[in-house]
Design a protein around this ligand. Structure first.
Ligand SMILES: [Zn+2]
Length: 408
Protein backbone atom coordinates (compact mmCIF):
# COMPACT_ATOMS: atom_id res chain seq x y z
CA UNK A 1 0.00 0.00 0.00
CA UNK A 2 2.92 2.29 0.77
CA UNK A 3 4.27 1.72 -2.75
CA UNK A 4 0.86 2.46 -4.28
CA UNK A 5 0.61 5.72 -2.35
CA UNK A 6 4.07 6.86 -3.32
CA UNK A 7 4.06 5.75 -6.97
CA UNK A 8 0.39 5.52 -8.04
CA UNK A 9 0.97 6.11 -11.78
CA UNK A 10 3.67 3.43 -12.02
CA UNK A 11 1.63 0.86 -10.12
CA UNK A 12 -1.54 1.52 -12.18
CA UNK A 13 0.55 1.21 -15.37
CA UNK A 14 1.98 -2.15 -14.27
CA UNK A 15 -1.50 -3.44 -13.45
CA UNK A 16 -2.79 -2.27 -16.86
CA UNK A 17 0.19 -3.85 -18.67
CA UNK A 18 -0.57 -7.18 -17.02
CA UNK A 19 -4.38 -6.92 -17.36
CA UNK A 20 -4.27 -6.10 -21.08
CA UNK A 21 -2.02 -9.14 -21.67
CA UNK A 22 -4.90 -11.44 -20.69
CA UNK A 23 -6.95 -10.61 -23.81
CA UNK A 24 -4.46 -9.12 -26.27
CA UNK A 25 -5.13 -7.88 -29.80
CA UNK A 26 -3.10 -9.36 -32.65
CA UNK A 27 -0.44 -6.87 -33.89
CA UNK A 28 -1.93 -7.31 -37.38
CA UNK A 29 -5.48 -8.11 -38.45
CA UNK A 30 -6.72 -9.39 -41.81
CA UNK A 31 -9.29 -6.66 -42.53
CA UNK A 32 -11.39 -9.01 -44.70
CA UNK A 33 -11.68 -11.99 -42.34
CA UNK A 34 -11.09 -10.10 -39.07
CA UNK A 35 -8.68 -12.78 -37.86
CA UNK A 36 -4.95 -12.79 -37.13
CA UNK A 37 -3.00 -13.69 -40.29
CA UNK A 38 -0.57 -16.59 -40.22
CA UNK A 39 1.75 -15.75 -43.11
CA UNK A 40 2.51 -12.08 -42.43
CA UNK A 41 4.09 -10.48 -39.41
CA UNK A 42 5.29 -7.13 -38.08
CA UNK A 43 9.05 -6.88 -37.77
CA UNK A 44 10.05 -4.27 -35.20
CA UNK A 45 13.56 -2.71 -35.23
CA UNK A 46 15.60 -3.11 -32.00
CA UNK A 47 15.45 0.63 -31.26
CA UNK A 48 11.67 0.60 -31.74
CA UNK A 49 11.31 -2.12 -29.09
CA UNK A 50 13.96 -0.62 -26.80
CA UNK A 51 11.95 2.60 -26.62
CA UNK A 52 8.59 0.82 -26.95
CA UNK A 53 6.66 3.18 -24.62
CA UNK A 54 7.55 6.10 -26.90
CA UNK A 55 7.27 4.11 -30.17
CA UNK A 56 3.86 2.64 -29.33
CA UNK A 57 2.52 5.95 -28.02
CA UNK A 58 3.56 7.80 -31.19
CA UNK A 59 1.97 5.05 -33.32
CA UNK A 60 -1.28 5.28 -31.35
CA UNK A 61 -1.30 9.08 -31.77
CA UNK A 62 -0.77 8.65 -35.53
CA UNK A 63 -3.75 6.27 -35.78
CA UNK A 64 -6.30 8.73 -34.43
CA UNK A 65 -9.51 9.51 -36.27
CA UNK A 66 -10.14 13.26 -36.33
CA UNK A 67 -13.13 13.16 -33.97
CA UNK A 68 -11.34 10.90 -31.50
CA UNK A 69 -8.19 13.07 -31.60
CA UNK A 70 -10.19 16.18 -30.71
CA UNK A 71 -11.88 14.42 -27.78
CA UNK A 72 -8.75 12.72 -26.45
CA UNK A 73 -6.56 15.82 -26.61
CA UNK A 74 -9.23 17.97 -24.94
CA UNK A 75 -9.73 15.47 -22.10
CA UNK A 76 -6.01 14.79 -21.58
CA UNK A 77 -5.03 18.47 -21.61
CA UNK A 78 -7.79 19.43 -19.15
CA UNK A 79 -7.09 16.49 -16.80
CA UNK A 80 -3.31 16.97 -16.78
CA UNK A 81 -3.66 20.72 -16.27
CA UNK A 82 -6.10 20.19 -13.39
CA UNK A 83 -3.87 17.53 -11.84
CA UNK A 84 -0.77 19.74 -12.02
CA UNK A 85 -2.63 22.73 -10.61
CA UNK A 86 -4.11 20.74 -7.73
CA UNK A 87 -0.74 19.23 -6.79
CA UNK A 88 0.99 22.60 -6.89
CA UNK A 89 -1.73 24.44 -4.94
CA UNK A 90 -1.93 21.75 -2.25
CA UNK A 91 1.77 22.38 -1.80
CA UNK A 92 1.15 26.13 -1.24
CA UNK A 93 3.16 27.13 -4.29
CA UNK A 94 3.14 30.68 -5.67
CA UNK A 95 0.44 31.37 -8.32
CA UNK A 96 3.15 31.57 -10.99
CA UNK A 97 4.47 28.14 -9.99
CA UNK A 98 0.92 26.71 -9.97
CA UNK A 99 0.36 27.91 -13.56
CA UNK A 100 3.77 26.60 -14.68
CA UNK A 101 3.06 23.18 -13.16
CA UNK A 102 -0.45 23.11 -14.68
CA UNK A 103 0.99 23.76 -18.14
CA UNK A 104 3.63 21.03 -17.93
CA UNK A 105 1.29 18.08 -18.67
CA UNK A 106 -0.48 19.76 -21.64
CA UNK A 107 2.95 20.75 -23.03
CA UNK A 108 4.02 17.09 -23.00
CA UNK A 109 0.82 16.11 -24.87
CA UNK A 110 1.46 18.78 -27.52
CA UNK A 111 5.12 17.70 -27.84
CA UNK A 112 4.11 14.05 -28.32
CA UNK A 113 1.52 14.99 -30.95
CA UNK A 114 4.13 17.02 -32.83
CA UNK A 115 6.60 14.14 -32.56
CA UNK A 116 4.01 11.69 -33.97
CA UNK A 117 3.68 13.86 -37.09
CA UNK A 118 7.30 14.96 -37.61
CA UNK A 119 9.89 12.95 -35.64
CA UNK A 120 11.99 10.56 -37.76
CA UNK A 121 12.10 7.26 -35.88
CA UNK A 122 12.34 3.49 -36.35
CA UNK A 123 9.06 1.98 -37.57
CA UNK A 124 7.70 -1.57 -37.89
CA UNK A 125 7.79 -3.27 -41.28
CA UNK A 126 5.55 -5.95 -42.74
CA UNK A 127 7.22 -9.24 -43.60
CA UNK A 128 5.46 -12.00 -45.52
CA UNK A 129 6.46 -15.44 -46.69
CA UNK A 130 3.76 -16.00 -49.32
CA UNK A 131 3.53 -14.97 -52.96
CA UNK A 132 2.58 -11.46 -54.03
CA UNK A 133 3.83 -7.90 -53.63
CA UNK A 134 3.39 -5.67 -50.57
CA UNK A 135 1.52 -2.79 -52.10
CA UNK A 136 0.02 0.62 -51.29
CA UNK A 137 -2.89 1.70 -53.51
CA UNK A 138 -3.14 5.35 -52.50
CA UNK A 139 -0.35 7.80 -51.56
CA UNK A 140 0.48 11.44 -52.26
CA UNK A 141 3.53 13.61 -52.94
CA UNK A 142 3.96 17.39 -52.86
CA UNK A 143 2.29 17.45 -56.29
CA UNK A 144 -0.97 17.33 -54.28
CA UNK A 145 -2.23 20.68 -52.93
CA UNK A 146 -2.29 19.20 -49.42
CA UNK A 147 0.92 17.16 -49.70
CA UNK A 148 3.74 18.00 -47.30
CA UNK A 149 6.12 20.61 -48.80
CA UNK A 150 9.26 18.84 -50.00
CA UNK A 151 7.55 15.43 -49.97
CA UNK A 152 9.14 14.18 -53.18
CA UNK A 153 8.77 10.85 -54.96
CA UNK A 154 12.10 9.79 -53.41
CA UNK A 155 10.88 10.55 -49.88
CA UNK A 156 7.60 8.77 -50.53
CA UNK A 157 9.50 5.71 -51.80
CA UNK A 158 11.79 5.78 -48.75
CA UNK A 159 8.74 6.00 -46.44
CA UNK A 160 7.28 2.90 -48.10
CA UNK A 161 10.57 1.00 -48.16
CA UNK A 162 11.08 1.38 -44.40
CA UNK A 163 7.70 -0.22 -43.74
CA UNK A 164 8.13 -3.28 -45.90
CA UNK A 165 6.24 -2.16 -48.98
CA UNK A 166 7.58 -3.28 -52.34
CA UNK A 167 5.45 -1.00 -54.55
CA UNK A 168 3.06 1.93 -54.34
CA UNK A 169 0.69 3.67 -56.70
CA UNK A 170 1.24 7.44 -56.68
CA UNK A 171 -2.19 9.04 -56.54
CA UNK A 172 -1.94 12.81 -56.28
CA UNK A 173 -5.09 14.93 -56.27
CA UNK A 174 -6.10 15.50 -59.91
CA UNK A 175 -2.46 15.24 -61.08
CA UNK A 176 -1.71 12.14 -63.13
CA UNK A 177 1.51 10.29 -62.27
CA UNK A 178 2.39 8.33 -65.39
CA UNK A 179 5.38 6.52 -63.92
CA UNK A 180 7.86 8.13 -66.31
CA UNK A 181 9.55 10.46 -63.79
CA UNK A 182 12.82 8.97 -62.52
CA UNK A 183 13.00 8.35 -58.76
CA UNK A 184 16.42 9.46 -57.50
CA UNK A 185 18.08 7.77 -54.57
CA UNK A 186 18.28 4.15 -55.70
CA UNK A 187 15.11 2.85 -54.04
CA UNK A 188 13.87 -0.69 -54.43
CA UNK A 189 10.25 0.53 -54.40
CA UNK A 190 8.32 0.46 -57.68
CA UNK A 191 6.26 3.62 -58.01
CA UNK A 192 3.23 2.83 -60.17
CA UNK A 193 1.02 5.20 -62.21
CA UNK A 194 -2.18 6.57 -60.74
CA UNK A 195 -4.24 9.61 -59.76
CA UNK A 196 -6.97 10.54 -57.26
CA UNK A 197 -9.84 12.35 -58.98
CA UNK A 198 -12.00 14.74 -56.93
CA UNK A 199 -15.47 14.58 -58.43
CA UNK A 200 -18.99 15.20 -57.07
CA UNK A 201 -18.67 14.50 -53.28
CA UNK A 202 -16.37 11.59 -54.02
CA UNK A 203 -12.68 10.86 -54.45
CA UNK A 204 -11.92 8.15 -57.00
CA UNK A 205 -8.48 6.54 -57.07
CA UNK A 206 -7.58 5.52 -60.63
CA UNK A 207 -4.62 3.20 -61.11
CA UNK A 208 -2.87 1.72 -64.13
CA UNK A 209 -2.52 3.45 -67.50
CA UNK A 210 -4.47 6.57 -66.51
CA UNK A 211 -4.60 9.83 -68.44
CA UNK A 212 -6.05 13.30 -67.82
CA UNK A 213 -9.87 13.48 -67.86
CA UNK A 214 -12.35 16.36 -68.35
CA UNK A 215 -13.10 16.42 -64.62
CA UNK A 216 -15.88 19.04 -64.92
CA UNK A 217 -18.09 16.57 -66.77
CA UNK A 218 -18.28 14.40 -63.63
CA UNK A 219 -19.32 17.22 -61.28
CA UNK A 220 -22.71 18.43 -60.12
CA UNK A 221 -24.62 15.22 -59.41
CA UNK A 222 -24.15 11.60 -58.42
CA UNK A 223 -25.26 10.17 -61.81
CA UNK A 224 -22.70 12.39 -63.57
CA UNK A 225 -19.98 11.43 -61.08
CA UNK A 226 -20.61 7.71 -61.52
CA UNK A 227 -19.76 7.96 -65.22
CA UNK A 228 -16.10 8.42 -64.27
CA UNK A 229 -15.79 4.68 -63.55
CA UNK A 230 -16.50 3.82 -67.21
CA UNK A 231 -14.19 6.63 -68.38
CA UNK A 232 -11.32 5.20 -66.32
CA UNK A 233 -12.07 1.73 -67.66
CA UNK A 234 -11.87 3.05 -71.28
CA UNK A 235 -8.31 4.27 -70.47
CA UNK A 236 -7.43 0.75 -69.34
CA UNK A 237 -7.26 1.76 -65.66
CA UNK A 238 -8.98 0.50 -62.52
CA UNK A 239 -11.20 2.71 -60.34
CA UNK A 240 -11.42 2.49 -56.55
CA UNK A 241 -13.94 4.42 -54.47
CA UNK A 242 -12.08 6.17 -51.66
CA UNK A 243 -12.86 6.62 -47.96
CA UNK A 244 -14.27 8.58 -46.22
CA UNK A 245 -16.33 10.04 -49.10
CA UNK A 246 -18.44 7.03 -50.09
CA UNK A 247 -19.20 6.39 -46.42
CA UNK A 248 -20.06 10.03 -45.67
CA UNK A 249 -21.84 11.16 -48.86
CA UNK A 250 -22.73 8.16 -51.03
CA UNK A 251 -23.66 5.34 -48.67
CA UNK A 252 -27.00 4.80 -50.46
CA UNK A 253 -25.40 5.00 -53.91
CA UNK A 254 -23.00 2.04 -53.64
CA UNK A 255 -25.25 -0.20 -55.75
CA UNK A 256 -25.15 2.49 -58.46
CA UNK A 257 -21.33 2.61 -58.12
CA UNK A 258 -21.26 -1.13 -58.91
CA UNK A 259 -23.62 -0.76 -61.88
CA UNK A 260 -21.49 2.17 -63.11
CA UNK A 261 -18.42 -0.08 -63.23
CA UNK A 262 -16.40 0.72 -60.11
CA UNK A 263 -13.59 -1.84 -59.75
CA UNK A 264 -13.17 -1.73 -56.00
CA UNK A 265 -13.60 -0.06 -52.62
CA UNK A 266 -11.19 1.07 -49.96
CA UNK A 267 -12.04 -0.72 -46.71
CA UNK A 268 -9.25 0.80 -44.60
CA UNK A 269 -7.78 4.27 -45.08
CA UNK A 270 -5.27 5.72 -42.58
CA UNK A 271 -6.28 9.38 -43.06
CA UNK A 272 -7.70 10.91 -39.84
CA UNK A 273 -11.02 11.65 -41.58
CA UNK A 274 -11.37 8.01 -42.67
CA UNK A 275 -10.16 6.09 -39.59
CA UNK A 276 -13.53 6.13 -37.87
CA UNK A 277 -15.13 3.85 -40.52
CA UNK A 278 -17.25 1.43 -38.43
CA UNK A 279 -16.75 -2.32 -38.82
CA UNK A 280 -20.43 -3.11 -39.49
CA UNK A 281 -20.30 -0.82 -42.54
CA UNK A 282 -16.99 -2.42 -43.57
CA UNK A 283 -18.74 -5.80 -43.49
CA UNK A 284 -21.55 -4.48 -45.73
CA UNK A 285 -18.99 -3.24 -48.27
CA UNK A 286 -17.22 -6.63 -48.10
CA UNK A 287 -20.51 -8.40 -48.83
CA UNK A 288 -21.25 -6.09 -51.77
CA UNK A 289 -17.72 -6.40 -53.18
CA UNK A 290 -17.66 -10.17 -52.66
CA UNK A 291 -20.96 -10.69 -54.48
CA UNK A 292 -19.73 -8.71 -57.52
CA UNK A 293 -16.11 -9.93 -57.40
CA UNK A 294 -14.74 -6.41 -56.84
CA UNK A 295 -11.43 -5.54 -55.17
CA UNK A 296 -11.20 -4.35 -51.59
CA UNK A 297 -8.02 -2.48 -50.67
CA UNK A 298 -6.22 -0.69 -47.87
CA UNK A 299 -4.79 2.81 -48.39
CA UNK A 300 -2.10 4.60 -46.41
CA UNK A 301 -3.33 7.85 -48.04
CA UNK A 302 0.04 9.21 -46.94
CA UNK A 303 0.52 12.95 -47.49
CA UNK A 304 3.99 13.15 -45.92
CA UNK A 305 2.83 13.55 -42.30
CA UNK A 306 3.29 10.77 -39.74
CA UNK A 307 5.93 8.05 -39.90
CA UNK A 308 3.79 4.91 -39.78
CA UNK A 309 1.14 3.34 -41.95
CA UNK A 310 -1.90 1.58 -40.51
CA UNK A 311 -2.40 -0.81 -43.46
CA UNK A 312 -0.62 -2.94 -46.08
CA UNK A 313 -1.87 -4.96 -49.07
CA UNK A 314 -0.37 -8.18 -50.35
CA UNK A 315 -1.38 -8.51 -54.00
CA UNK A 316 -0.25 -8.61 -57.57
CA UNK A 317 -0.19 -5.14 -59.15
CA UNK A 318 -2.91 -4.93 -61.78
CA UNK A 319 -4.83 -7.93 -60.46
CA UNK A 320 -8.59 -7.63 -60.22
CA UNK A 321 -11.36 -9.25 -58.21
CA UNK A 322 -12.35 -9.89 -54.62
CA UNK A 323 -9.83 -12.63 -53.83
CA UNK A 324 -6.74 -11.10 -55.45
CA UNK A 325 -5.88 -8.65 -52.68
CA UNK A 326 -5.31 -9.19 -48.97
CA UNK A 327 -5.51 -6.28 -46.55
CA UNK A 328 -3.56 -6.27 -43.26
CA UNK A 329 -4.18 -3.51 -40.75
CA UNK A 330 -2.92 -2.48 -37.32
CA UNK A 331 -5.79 -3.29 -34.94
CA UNK A 332 -6.19 0.31 -33.72
CA UNK A 333 -7.14 1.31 -37.27
CA UNK A 334 -10.04 -1.14 -37.19
CA UNK A 335 -11.41 -1.22 -33.64
CA UNK A 336 -11.68 2.52 -32.98
CA UNK A 337 -14.51 2.94 -35.49
CA UNK A 338 -16.79 0.95 -33.17
CA UNK A 339 -16.33 3.31 -30.22
CA UNK A 340 -17.88 6.70 -29.63
CA UNK A 341 -15.30 9.47 -30.16
CA UNK A 342 -15.81 10.81 -26.62
CA UNK A 343 -14.36 7.55 -25.20
CA UNK A 344 -11.03 8.09 -27.01
CA UNK A 345 -9.06 9.44 -24.03
CA UNK A 346 -9.50 6.02 -22.40
CA UNK A 347 -10.07 3.56 -25.26
CA UNK A 348 -7.05 4.64 -27.36
CA UNK A 349 -4.52 3.85 -24.55
CA UNK A 350 -6.50 0.69 -23.74
CA UNK A 351 -6.26 -0.62 -27.33
CA UNK A 352 -2.60 0.46 -27.50
CA UNK A 353 -1.79 -1.67 -24.44
CA UNK A 354 -3.86 -4.61 -25.68
CA UNK A 355 -2.02 -4.67 -29.00
CA UNK A 356 1.49 -4.88 -27.45
CA UNK A 357 3.67 -7.85 -28.33
CA UNK A 358 5.49 -9.63 -25.50
CA UNK A 359 8.79 -7.91 -26.32
CA UNK A 360 7.09 -4.51 -26.28
CA UNK A 361 5.32 -5.32 -23.01
CA UNK A 362 8.66 -6.36 -21.46
CA UNK A 363 10.17 -3.07 -22.64
CA UNK A 364 7.33 -1.07 -21.01
CA UNK A 365 7.73 -2.96 -17.71
CA UNK A 366 11.51 -2.48 -17.77
CA UNK A 367 11.08 1.29 -18.21
CA UNK A 368 8.60 1.45 -15.33
CA UNK A 369 11.08 -0.40 -13.08
CA UNK A 370 14.01 1.81 -14.20
CA UNK A 371 12.04 5.00 -13.45
CA UNK A 372 10.81 3.61 -10.11
CA UNK A 373 14.37 2.71 -9.06
CA UNK A 374 15.67 6.07 -10.21
CA UNK A 375 13.03 7.92 -8.22
CA UNK A 376 13.45 5.73 -5.15
CA UNK A 377 17.16 6.49 -4.94
CA UNK A 378 17.89 8.89 -2.05
CA UNK A 379 19.69 11.99 -3.30
CA UNK A 380 21.11 14.94 -1.48
CA UNK A 381 20.17 18.46 -2.55
CA UNK A 382 22.52 19.93 -5.14
CA UNK A 383 23.64 16.51 -6.37
CA UNK A 384 23.77 16.28 -10.16
CA UNK A 385 20.89 14.06 -11.28
CA UNK A 386 20.15 14.68 -14.93
CA UNK A 387 16.40 14.79 -15.47
CA UNK A 388 15.88 14.92 -11.70
CA UNK A 389 16.96 18.54 -11.74
CA UNK A 390 14.31 19.32 -14.35
CA UNK A 391 11.64 17.41 -12.46
CA UNK A 392 12.48 19.17 -9.23
CA UNK A 393 12.69 22.64 -10.72
CA UNK A 394 9.37 22.29 -12.55
CA UNK A 395 7.67 20.01 -10.04
CA UNK A 396 5.29 21.18 -7.35
CA UNK A 397 7.63 20.47 -4.44
CA UNK A 398 10.43 22.66 -3.19
CA UNK A 399 14.01 22.00 -4.18
CA UNK A 400 14.80 20.97 -0.61
CA UNK A 401 12.42 17.98 -0.94
CA UNK A 402 14.06 14.60 -1.14
CA UNK A 403 12.92 13.14 -4.52
CA UNK A 404 11.74 9.80 -3.15
CA UNK A 405 8.91 11.59 -1.36
CA UNK A 406 7.49 12.94 -4.62
CA UNK A 407 4.56 10.83 -5.84
CA UNK A 408 5.16 9.24 -9.24
ZN1 LIG B 1 -5.79 10.72 -50.96
Amino acid sequence: MNLLRRHPVAIVLVVLLLATAIHPLSPLVDAVTGSAPGDVDLERPVLYVLFAPLSNTLDALTFFSLARAVWAFTVWVLLLAAWGAIRASSDSQSPRRVIATALLGPAVVVLLAGAAVLLPRPVPRLVHDGAGTVLDYHAHTNASHDGRPGWTLAKLADWHERQGYEASYVTDHNVVYDGSLPVPGGTSISLLPGVEWSVHQQHVVAIGPVEPLPRDSFQGSTPRMIRIFAAIERQGGLSIASLPEYWRYHWDDLGAFVLGGVDGFEIVNCAPKALGFPSDLRRQVLTLAGSHDLMVVGASDNHGWGRVTCVWNVSLPGAQGFHTNRVFARPLALVQGDWQPWTAAVTQPWFLLRSLSWSERASWLTWVVIILLYRAMPRREGQGAGLGILARSLGPRRRTTVPNETPT
